[in-house]
Design a protein around this ligand. Structure first.
Ligand SMILES: NC(=O)c1ccc[n+]([C@@H]2O[C@H](COP(=O)([O-])OP(=O)(O)OC[C@H]3O[C@@H](n4cnc5c(N)ncnc54)[C@H](OP(=O)(O)O)[C@@H]3O)[C@@H](O)[C@H]2O)c1
Length: 327
């Protein structure tokens, strides 16, 4: 090959790589700027257009149903909605925890509540039972928060089969059937909101949490496609993908169980997330997590997967060390 041809080939290759890189950064920036505009509009509109501000109850309806609402994000999200005057339907497994949360919400926020005991690992049976126990209470805001995670980061063959199956039934099954159960009545009323909570783990395949992360990718794709299907029907369909929030789910490592700038407590997380309802379609639900998401998605997927797998190895070591120390 002539020297001139070689130089020409090298130039074409460089130009191609530069163009692909520039296009990738451009498309990420478009997403980021779009989200930034939505967030800025939501923060500024109450100052400049106070007449356009309407309460969540007026906009969507007076009752909200939150799944997995006796602990962590679900409980904090339910309280935040109650603080805005919404009546709350609490759904989770333990009757004791439901009653305690019900009392807390009624005495603090003076709204109506209803408790429904249901175990989403039972699949359709649980969703049918929720509908039946609900009677004719119209749900204006449906928050599909319930989710199951591994006990700690594990290799696939270490996770008990029943646990894997429960993760699929709860994370994939419940969100799907709960949306199916309530979306038609929202469509008829031309009013309502659905909030589906996935996780930052949906951003890439995640070693040592393979099934959990894959189930969260399902939620993201499902929610975005559902929003498209029902566009124009007056329903807000929001996807939230939090990074780490300091809840019991992260008990396996102190690094993510303790509150910090990037690991908010569920109350701070939910305050911000609720303020984004009806304003931002896709969000992490927390300002510091939005920054993390932006910098995470700049990286190629294989690097993100490598880093995610590495972090999970560290969390796994933390957990195994704490177990061996306590025995
Ligand atoms: N914490 C994080 O760092 C984080 C990060 C990203 C995404 N997320 C997602 O955010 C959501 C909430 O997580 P969290 O950390 O707040 O969880 P959490 O603190 O463990 O709370 C889970 C809630 O769900 C209920 N629940 C558990 N299994 C249930 C079942 N089979 N049927 C009905 N209710 C059930 C629990 O009450 P009972 O035990 O009484 O049923 C509890 O109220 C999940 O979807 C999770 O994947 C969390």
């Amino acid at each position: 090959m002539q020297k001139g041809e070689e130089t020409m080939e090298a130039t074409i290759l460089t130009m191609t790589l530069l163009t692909v890189g520039a296009l990738t950064i451009f498309s990420l920036l478009i997403d980021f700027i779009w989200n930034l505009l939505q967030v800025s509009k939501s923060l500024l509109s109450p100052l400049f257009l106070p007449n356009e501000e309407t309460s969540l109850a007026n906009k969507y309806g007076t009752w909200a149903l939150v799944t997995g609402s006796t602990d962590g994000i679900g409980k904090a999200y339910a309280c935040e909605l109650a603080s805005k005057g919404l009546n709350i339907v609490l759904v989770s497994r333990s009757f004791e925890k439901l009653s305690k949360t019900q009392k807390e919400i009624e005495s603090t926020y003076s709204v109506k509540t209803k408790i429904i005991q249901a175990d989403f690992s039972l699949g359709k049976q649980a969703v049918d039972s929720v509908k039946e126990q609900l009677g004719n209470i119209p749900i204006g805001i449906l928050v599909n928060n319930v989710g199951k995670q591994y006990e700690y980061p594990m290799y696939l063959a270490e996770v008990p089969e029943e646990e894997l199956w429960d993760i699929i039934k709860i994370n994939v099954g419940a969100v799907t059937l709960m949306c199916r159960a309530f979306i038609d009545e929202m469509k008829t009323r031309r009013k309502g909101a659905i909030v589906n909570i996935s996780s930052g783990s949906e951003l890439q395949p995640l070693p040592l949490m393979t099934v959990y992360a894959a189930s969260k990718t399902y939620i993201k794709n499902f929610t975005q496609a559902l929003r498209y299907e029902y566009r124009g029907d007056g329903i807000t369909i929001q996807h939230l993908a939090p990074m780490f929030v300091a809840t019991k789910m992260n008990h396996f490592s102190d690094k993510i169980y303790r509150k910090s700038l990037f690991v908010p407590d569920p109350v701070s997380y939910s305050k911000y997330a609720v303020s984004m309802l009806g304003k931002v379609d896709d969000s992490s639900g927390y300002w510091a997590h939005d920054i993390q998401t932006f910098f995470t998605t700049i990286l190629p997927e294989w690097i993100r997967m490598y880093i995610g797998g590495y972090m999970n190895k560290l969390f796994r070591e933390d957990y195994l060390k704490s177990i061996s120390e306590s025995s």
